[in-house]
Ligand binder design. Structure first.
Ligand SMILES: NC(=O)c1ccc[n+]([C@@H]2O[C@H](COP(=O)([O-])OP(=O)(O)OC[C@H]3O[C@@H](n4cnc5c(N)ncnc54)[C@H](O)[C@@H]3O)[C@@H](O)[C@H]2O)c1
Ligand SMILES: O=C(O)C(=O)C[C@@H](O)[C@H](O)[C@H](O)COP(=O)(O)O
Ligand SMILES: [Zn+2]
Length: 361
């Protein structure tokens, strides 16, 4: 097992990464506060892992709530189901919520924990690759609005992140690929050496080589933990974690949530950001090709949906959380491994990107 720390002073917490951690109550129990534990999961994950998760908390008062599965349920109506369960069971403000599932469960459970009785503790047990490398770490929690991704939420850090890499055994191939999009992102924004490694090992990761997966998860979490420790509330460099997301979130909302997975949408979005970076005179043709090769090898899309017009993109992107005084701020690349945030670009280049970076007819 490897343990990393998200260094946030007296709110620091561990990320434990290893095989069989769902069988190790001693790792999880020290992070429970109070006597009541509510496990939040969904209809797909519950039959796979809920019994094991419940056994981790033997001796506590354990309840669970099983939500419908899908990005289209990451909303206020589903959030209410968690509050209903907590209130019905008379859970008090010392209770602990446990997110058992992918990023949707992690985000919605985290937000429930941030707001139930003005804030209770929670533990992340992520079971998708995407959640293990990104969403379980860093404390961004929330739900979607029909017109914008993650528009309602809070920063609320977990007590611990428990990554049992064995849970990936049951994950569908398409979901594994979606997780690789966020893994590749770390290489692009700040870790060129990791990008080089990924170019050589993406096929091993797709083949679920356990050692390589463990390494990719550790290095991703290390990158994320560093950024979050330096800028917890996205006053500066944390925005780099949003590479491809202004485009990608527009795709997710524009396609009605769930048709394009988050990882798929941001892969196409990172290519749009890459193409614009090339138009800005920064990214070379060769680097853009390396990006496209990496996403294609990972079985991810590199072009946005055919039926989303530049006008629709602009309408949705105008609601992005990084917008300042009406300007859409974007994360762009100087090179592979070197990202920056800017609102200072010729509007014409954004338009050209939306028009030109399209699947060839
Ligand atoms: N908070 C953050 O920092 C952050 C970061 C990245 C993404 N996100 C959010 O995360 C969400 C995407 O997360 P995701 O990709 O995990 O999607 P997801 O939560 O929808 O999970 C994908 C699918 O895998 C299933 N699943 C989960 N674990 C499984 C397992 N072990 N075996 C079999 N099936 C399993 C789920 O039920 C679901 O059908 C998006 O809403 C995105 O906005 C948040
Ligand atoms: O942790 C962050 O910061 C990120 O931006 C990670 C992203 O991968 C993630 O999708 C996040 O939820 C996007 O945040 P948002 O603020 O754009 O909603
Ligand atoms: Zn993301």
């Amino acid at each position: 097992m490897k343990t990393l720390t998200v260094d946030l002073g007296d709110r620091s917490y561990p990320i434990h990464i290893g095989q069989g951690l769902l069988n190790q109550p001693e790792l999880v129990r020290p992070h429970v506060r109070g006597t009541q534990v509510m496990i939040v999961t969904n209809t797909t994950v519950a039959p796979l892992y809920l019994d094991k998760a419940r056994a981790l908390f033997d001796g506590f008062e354990v309840a669970d709530v099983v939500l419908p599965d899908g990005e289209q349920y990451k909303n206020l109506d589903t959030l209410k189901l968690i509050f209903d369960a907590l209130i019905e069971k008379r859970f008090d403000r010392k209770c602990t919520l446990v997110a058992l599932g992918g990023g949707v469960i992690g985000d919605i459970t985290g937000f429930a924990a941030a707001s139930y009785q003005r804030g209770v503790n929670f533990i992340q047990i992520p079971t998708t690759l995407l959640a293990q490398v990104d969403s379980s770490v860093g404390g961004k929690t929330g739900v979607n609005h029909p017109r914008g991704k993650n528009m309602i939420g809070a920063f609320h850090q977990p007590q611990a992140v428990i990554i049992d890499t064995d849970t990936l055994d049951t994950l569908e191939d398409r979901q594994l690929s979606a997780g690789l999009a966020e893994v590749i992102k770390y290489g692009l924004i700040r870790d060129a050496e990791f990008f080089d490694y990924l170019e050589d090992h993406l096929l091993h990761l797709l083949a679920r080589d356990k050692d390589q997966l463990a390494y990719a998860i550790e290095r991703s979490c290390w990158n994320k933990a560093e950024v979050v420790a330096a800028d917890e509330r996205e006053a500066g460099q944390r925005a780099l974690l949003n590479l491809g997301h202004t485009f990608g979130h527009a795709i997710e909302a524009g396609m009605g949530y769930g048709n394009w997975l988050h990882g798929e949408a941001i892969a196409a979005g990172m290519m749009q950001a890459g193409y614009m970076s090339k138009l800005m005179g920064d990214l070379t043709d060769d680097d853009l090709r390396r990006m496209a090769d990496a996403f294609t090898t990972a079985r991810l899309p590199i072009y946005p949906p055919d039926d989303m017009s530049p006008e629709r993109f602009l309408e949705l992107m105008a609601g992005d959380k990084k917008v300042q005084a009406g300007t859409i701020r974007l994360v762009l690349l100087k090179a592979i491994g070197k990202a920056y945030v800017t609102g200072d670009y010729p509007q014409e280049l954004l338009l050209r990107t939306l028009q030109e970076w399209r699947k060839p007819a």
